[in-house]
Design a protein around this ligand. Sequence first.
Ligand code: ASN
Length: 308
Amino acid sequence: MKQVTKQLMEHTSSKPMLAVLKIQSLVLYEIQTFFRERDFIELPPVITAPLTDPLAHGVHPASIEYEAQYLHLTKSMIFHKQIALLGDLDKIVIISPNVRLEKSSEAKSRHLLEFQQIDFEIKGGKKEDVYTLMEDLLIRITEVCKTKCAHELTFLGRTLPTLKMPFPRLSTDEMKQKYGDDFEAILSKTMTTPFWLESFYREFYDKEDPTTPGCFINYDLIYPEGFEEGLSGGERENDYETIIRKMDERHMDKSAYEIYLDLAKEKLIPQTAGAGFGLQRLLRYLTGIRTMEQVVLFPRSPREPIIF
Ligand code: ASN
């Protein structure tokens, strides 16, 4: 048997992997139940689209040519979430496969090339709604894992903390001043509870505070114990002039955004707030396994060859 075949077999049939998959199955069930109980409508994901998230950091292009069209593999459901809420839907959630071909030289330990993002959006929602929802969800997931996957957690040597609301909220500006550019990693290592980092300069679609230009009503949820970023989101920009100004500031090519901008101009994009969190990053935190490749059955990683 070839070495690589042996490697694949050992990985897929290992005992820690079985424990991870049991936890993953429970977590997926809890996530879907949690959102359903709160009247979110689950939508199937969009996998190819003429327009996808521009992302704040550069990745290799991932698109396919279909006859006369270029279709991008979805990097996040952001624009589809906003447009889905333009009618009578109020709250949506999508378990969305995202493809981001991270540059291997710049990729962090939390990056995968392909992952599942639980992407949700609330019409008329505010930052506070997202915080309460996510804190409730994380508390529920950790508690359910402790009772229903006690055996697996013990086997993995993981003791999950008892999380309490509200999670701390920290401003990126203040933390940068205090800890320097590496503030996020430093804080993640020192904190013992998940916490919110607030106000990032990034993609145009996150809302800039109209009363304080340069401040943004957006947030990341950071896992403690060095597990780093788990969620990104924000209240959304829906005013046409503001969107155009922010796209110009970011030197964006607007040609792909024709329909999106048309809808914004007609004031049809609703005010919403939302976020997305990665399933595999959550699993890393829950299982205590630090290596991303070890929590995925068939990993697509910027750090190693993709073997199957
Ligand atoms: N899904 C994220 C959001 O809702 C965006 C992202 O993944 N880049 O803000």
